[in-house]
Ligand binder design. Sequence first.
Ligand code: BGC
Length: 249
Amino acid sequence: MGKKAIGIDIGGTGIKGALVDVKDGKLLSERIRMETPEGGRPDEMAKVVQSIVRELRAAKDIPVGICFPAVVQHGVAKSAANVSSEWIDYDADAHFTEALGRSVHMLNDADAAGYAEAKFGAAKKQKGLSILTTLGTGIGTALLNNGVLVPNSELGHLPLEGSTAEKLAAFSVKERENLTWEQWAERLQKYYTLLENLLVPDLFIVGGGVSKEHEFFLPLLKLKTPIVPAELKNAAGIIGAATLANKHD
Ligand code: BGC
């Protein structure tokens, strides 16, 4: 096992990558960001990932971890909630391994962020069940039991109030419907209460860009479970993807 890996975080608007020290979860390079191609199709995205990896100029034996906003089962994308449906059944591991000429490990974006938070961030050394939720365009979730990831939990799609959690309480919904922090927190309250009743976690970690503004909504939530902002900010996906790639290499 090497000490370095490349982490790539594919999102709806941008694709970001960096070289990571997987022993301490620190970035060893600048974060390179490129626009996500219109339509988010796999082939075009692969070209952008190729350019980012090329720019990082890492040795050929350094593996790549790629996280992505969909279910990824054994390297194959299985859903496409907010990306092109061409991703469904796309063998991302195989295609990206060929495109990059390196060992590639592909995984869900929330899983990558959750793993990074459990190893290096807000859930470090946390005992029992930690649940990371990312509040962004959609809602992603990661389950970590004593730091071990149970992949593809997809609890953002849980039914809630005749809709789904993601359609009711994602950060994009707050923006689209112009909700106040208080109005949004009422929806989050329902969502986290549901999670708490179903899974009885020991800790909630809140990620996604809006976690920077946690003081406006986390104090409004009344839960039995401690709830804390993510610590690794917008590098969590990159760090988690790289660290897991190194493990699978
Ligand atoms: C997807 C998840 C993803 C989340 C955050 C959801 O719509 O189903 O796979 O983790 O968005 O990007």
